[in-house]
Design a protein around this ligand. Sequence first.
Ligand SMILES: [Zn+2]
Length: 207
Amino acid sequence: MKVGELEIVQIAAGEMANFAYLIHHPASRLGLAVDPSFEPQRLLDEIRRRQVALRWLVNTHGHRDHVAGNQVVLQATGALLAAHPLAVPGADVALEEGMVLHLDEVPVTVLHTPGHTPGDLVLNPPGALLTGDTLFVTHVGRADLPGSDAEALYASLQRLAAFPADTLVFPGHDYGPMPVSSIAFEREHNPYLRCPDLASFLRLRLG
Ligand SMILES: [Zn+2]
């Protein structure tokens, strides 16, 4: 899907309904990949078919269903592994809040969105959010796992919900009624974003 100057390719990957992504700049052929999951070959097929020079492989967090396939993609492309240090210690590039990865002149901004895990990231290319396991279409990430922090997840989601209404949402799993939505749709239809306060969010998320 063309979003501004970038092309965002969503790739179904694995039996847990994961989505991998390829974001590239068609004019320069520079790109970055996100969360290869269990089917890195599908990602590599898209990279080759589009003749993308892959600069970075980004992990939204360290869970196995997202980082599986990293080595296959890194070895095939020579890309640098980039992730938050709390998610993937020892990655080539330690991503922190506010860092920017440039595809030619186009900025892809890193948001640190803890909650599901301490090291979750969301990527913000112009007009879009790649939300990993923080925000799904009509759902949000689990907050009952080791390292989860439901209050932090609430704050991260509030932050995402404040993006412009027409910002596209590309989630880390296919858990909703459609594979891509928008911040406007999530504000209206995601029960976790409709919670009026932290207490009601915690009741809904943690039961
Ligand atoms: Zn996860």
